[in-house]
Design a protein around this ligand. Sequence first.
Ligand code: GAR
Length: 209
Amino acid sequence: MTLNKNNLQDNKNCIILASGNGSNALNIINYFLTSKKNKGINSINIVAVVSNVATAPVIEKVKKLTTFIPVFVIPFNNSSERAIFESELEKIIINYNIGLIVLAGFMKVLSKEFVAKFPYKIINIHPSLLPSFKGKDAIKKAYDYGVKYTGVTIHYVTEEVDSGPIILQEVVKIEESDNILSLEAKIHKVEHEIYPIALEMLANKTHKV
Ligand code: GAR
């Protein structure tokens, strides 16, 4: 089968990649474990979680939440570990028949070669209104810049960082009374609202890119 953005979501098996706290990973897992929509034939099926950081809180959180979803740790802390990480990840993707690779607070850049192997199969969440404030610390960059509106973007991962086609965006207004902590909280709330919805849109092919 030729992969393109229309047919790839026939396979709903999904792997989540996370590097840190894991609030988005947990939220997505909870959503698809508990949602009534999970009973629908088009629902996403979270089958594994991978973290590149051995001490990341997401690892214990997922293990505590469910024993049904295996959690793999594949060290990838610096660029010299990227090749081994990607080769091990690819084995898991094949073993678990993965159709969708969901980056949820995954703070490393995948190689162009890896991304090219999975066109329209890798999804990322970014805490700004792309194309503004790409890269790390996007919430702080927007706050420091003084924009009045920022937000959250769900997009396909392409070879250029934070530049793939946008699936879903939501605006967050920065009020005069906001500080960086309150803004972060607002962004995370929106992230938790829209990431599961974006995945459902992909599963049901109701997104337009
Ligand atoms: C989220 O805000 C996510 O958008 C961001 O990292 C945070 C992870 O939080 N991702 C990026 O900045 C990617 N460039 P979490 O670990 O609690 O889900």
